[in-house]
Design a binder for this molecule. Structure first.
Ligand code: ZN
Length: 313
């Protein structure tokens, strides 16, 4: 029942010897979603032992190089490995033109179908299956690059069977599916057994939101309200607030303000400028506002575990 984020790159525009450009993988119940694909992301996928052949959906937040320069390399390698399963790319429409041109010049025919989904960077449902949804929402960066945030959210689960009780009431296996949906049980003798005696509340759905390159705007909190895990860029510390404003980025303090306003459960800071060899110096200003904040490094894994319904805050 995994809901697990692996950081592949938490650097900003220029990679360092310890920080790759933006990329991460979210594993939700065995589905692997790649979020951004900075240069050398395929190296990071190998290094951190992600089963990248299982990635079917790739979400690119915006068209700055530190978020997509690794895509053509990854796609080329997958094709050389004779991949067959289709890959869906969700990105600015111009990326489709770029990829098509690159493939044409390379005279490369991918071994798999590449299905392109243009992002409007408005609140929009991008993906849905029986277990989760992925939505986009707008952020604010430079005018040449509309930026999307992404929200991954599990769907409500069915009620959990209390096996001890269903055995005690001799509930047939064929009826369990109805119990999960909330129906009461009636015995052969006509006695009604309330559903609440035979089942338990399902764990609440888990959620993750990705907020990359953006200016701080309080209104963005509404898009990520109450998520379990929020990744927010913190390119600079508050000592460079003017620079953050000029370059359309956020400070660690602003990321924490957003997390607090949105009522999220935990915050990860990333997308660090090269001026911070050790970005842990950014932590105090964020923790002062939002205590449950972490600094990430490449290779870090953040898990959201299932909790009981009544544990939900
Ligand atoms: Zn960036």
């Amino acid at each position: 029942m995994k809901f697990e984020l692996t950081i592949l790159g938490c650097g900003a525009a220029i990679p360092t010897s310890v920080r790759n450009c933006a990329a991460q993988v979210l594993n939700v119940l065995g589905r692997y979603f790649l979020i951004d694909c900075g240069e050398a992301t395929q190296h990071q996928l190998r290094k951190f032992r992600i089963p990248y052949s299982k990635i079917n959906h790739i979400f690119i937040s915006h068209l700055h190089g530190d978020h997509f320069f690794g895509l053509i390399g990854l796609l080329s390698s997958l094709s050389m490995q004779n991949r067959k399963g289709e890959i869906h790319v969700y990105a600015d429409k111009r990326l489709q033109d770029i990829l098509e041109y690159q493939l044409k010049v390379l005279n490369t025919h991918l071994t798999f179908s590449l299905i392109f989904h243009s992002l409007s960077c408005q609140p929009e449902l991008l993906y849905e299956d029986h277990a989760l949804t992925v939505e986009s929402f707008p952020l604010l960066h430079r005018h040449d690059a509309p930026v999307c945030g992404f929200l991954f959210r599990e769907k409500e689960r069915f009620r959990a069977i209390n096996k001890e009780m269903t055995d005690a009431w001799n509930v047939p296996v064929s009826f369990l599916q109805y119990l999960k949906k909330g129906e009461d049980f009636v015995t052969d003798e006509g006695q009604l057994v309330a559903n609440s005696r035979l089942t338990m509340d399902a764990p609440p759905p888990r959620s993750y939101a990705y907020m990359t390159d953006t200016l701080y705007r309080e209104k963005f909190a509404a898009f990520v309200e109450n998520v379990d895990l929020l990744y927010h860029e913190a390119t600079y510390g508050k000592e460079y607030e003017n620079l953050a404003q000029e370059t359309c980025h956020s400070t660690a303090e602003q990321a924490a303000l957003l997390a607090k306003k949105a009522g999220v459960k935990s915050l990860i800071l990333g997308h660090f400028s090269t001026r911070y060899p050790d970005p842990s110096c950014l932590l105090p200003e964020a923790v002062a506002i939002f205590p449950n904040t972490s600094i990430c490094t490449d290779g870090d894994i953040f898990s959201v575990s299932l909790t009981k319904s009544n544990d939900k805050k």
